[in-house]
Ligand binder design. Structure first.
Ligand code: HEC
Length: 151
């Protein structure tokens, strides 16, 4: 089985996509094997989702009137004028489906989170957006995992 290297992550993506619509538990159980059986997501796993689905707007400088960048661990910890931390608003925005803004008239159209991406992002956010394991927010040498979709 190809369980190491970039191909493993690709396999995870495919397995996660399948498990969203189907009943294939054996496929989705491969999802977490990429990082040695982890069942929770850390910042670096969440960052891969931000890169794929959020940073086209939440850039520095921001695009499409997004209110702040979501490029780094520090960006997620900033206190907003409301008193909320950015990660608290991320949790609310993703849970409610406010973000990503799939109903907006953007070109190209905004893609929704896959259920694996959503599970991964929410897992890290609900844990209080902790620093990554090993305390290296650059996420170099980190092979991101996607969590299994909730069933
Ligand atoms: C197509 C551009 C675009 C994408 C993609 C996008 N956002 Fe946004 N985001 C915006 C805009 C524009 C706003 C301001 C919306 C408003 O205040 O009405 C916003 C606001 C937010 C807010 C602040 C909400 C609040 O409570 O004030 C958060 C948090 C957020 N986005 C997180 C995310 C996350 C996480 C993703 C990826 C899963 C994402 N966004 C993807 C454009 C985008």
């Amino acid at each position: 089985m190809l369980r190491v290297g970039p191909s493993a992550w690709l396999a995870c993506l495919v397995a996660t996509t399948w498990s969203c619509g189907g009943d294939d538990r054996s496929a989705s159980s491969g999802v977490s094997s990429g990082s040695g059986g982890s069942t929770s997501a850390d910042f670096c796993d969440a960052l891969a989702v931000l890169e794929a689905k959020c940073q086209r707007c939440h850039q520095d400088p921001t695009v499409n009137n997004a209110p702040f960048a979501l490029l780094s661990y520090a960006d997620t910890q900033v206190e907003r004028s409301s008193g909320d931390r950015v990660y608290e608003d991320m949790l609310h925005a993703v849970e409610t489906g406010f973000m990503p803004p799939t109903a907006g008239a953007y070109t190209p159209p905004v893609e929704p989170l896959t259920c694996g991406e959503k599970a991964t992002l929410l897992d890290w956010l609900k844990a209080g957006a902790p620093r990554p394991a090993g305390n290296d927010p650059s996420c170099e040498d980190h092979e991101p995992i996607l969590l299994e979709c909730p069933r």
